[in-house]
Design a protein around this ligand. Structure first.
Ligand code: FPP
Length: 266
């Protein structure tokens, strides 16, 4: 493994230690994270669940900064699923909306200092109007940044995304000569997903030890390496991201293929 002599500016001592064990030429291009465990973090401290969400913001900040510092092309965070929106108490949903709004307002300068561009995936049109306005403002404010693309999945469901992609393909076909002219292949489906333009994630991280994808990027994660850490999201930091990347670099990615040498003679 080629070892890196120069460590990116801004990493702390522990992060530097892990970064030195990485091969900078094989960093994942796109990392997706299922942020989980906020409620359990709060419960362990005899605090209300929302205190876990509030504490989760520091984890978001640290993770985004470290990803940006080491030059990760894209980072996608599962902040809020469609199921969360429908099945959680109204008061918790409202708290999450306020937290998101406040996060966007407070973080835009830091995102820009780190050259991070903000994007969103999910059915945004169903979010409260004032939150949508704040989201549009934050996206516009960071649109000219050329570093890490930070995508927040908000009111997101992978199955809904695939349904929306098929609806969009059908609508386009209706305008272009009708359904007889509709040609569907993998590339065409990918072009109609919310993530169009982004490479598929190489690595998906899930915190709090759960072994599920929970309806997150089901199409895009087809070949991703999965890294599950017991760390609860509010305790997650850039250091843990680097540990996940270290684990990723130990894996052999085969995309369903095998080397000739693996096949015994009959
Ligand atoms: C999962 O924990 C977490 C969420 C549903 C919300 C994620 C929100 C944040 C990390 C904070 C704000 C984010 C941004 C982008 C500003 P859970 O409540 O399901 O935890 P549990 O499984 O322990 O109950």
């Amino acid at each position: 493994m080629a070892l890196q002599a120069t460590v990116p500016a801004g990493l702390d001592r522990k992060e530097t230690e892990v970064y030195r064990q990485l091969d900078p030429a094989r960093l994942p291009q796109h990392i997706a994270i299922i942020m989980d465990g906020n409620g359990r973090w709060a419960k362990r401290r005899h605090m209300p669940r929302v205190a876990g969400h509030r504490a989760g913001v520091a984890a978001v900040r640290s993770t985004v900064e470290t990803a940006a510092r080491i030059g990760i092309h894209a980072l996608t965070l599962y902040a809020f699923s469609e199921e969360n929106w429908k099945k959680r108490p109204k008061s918790e949903v409202e708290f999450l909306m306020r937290l998101l709004s406040r996060y966007l307002k407070a973080e835009v300068p830091t995102l820009s200092r780190n050259n991070v561009r903000l994007e969103y995936i999910g059915r945004q049109q169903q979010l409260p109007a004032d939150v949508q306005e704040r989201m549009a403002w934050a996206r516009e404010s960071t649109a000219r940044n050329s570093g890490t693309i930070l995508t927040l999945a908000l009111n997101y469901s992978a199955r809904s995304e695939i349904v929306d992609a098929f609806r969009a393909m059908l609508a386009a076909a209706a305008q272009n000569g009708g359904i007889d002219h509709l040609h569907i292949d993998e590339e065409r489906v990918a072009e109609h997903l919310y993530t169009r333009g982004l490479p598929d994630p190489d690595l998906v991280v899930r915190t709090s030890g759960e072994m599920r994808l929970s309806n997150f990027l089901l199409w895009q994660l087809a070949y991703a390496e999965i890294y599950v850490t017991p760390t609860l999201w509010p305790d997650f930091r850039g250091l843990h991201l680097l540990e996940g990347i270290r684990e990723y670099q130990k894996r052999e990615r085969r995309y369903g293929g095998l080397q000739e040498i693996d096949v015994p003679q009959l």
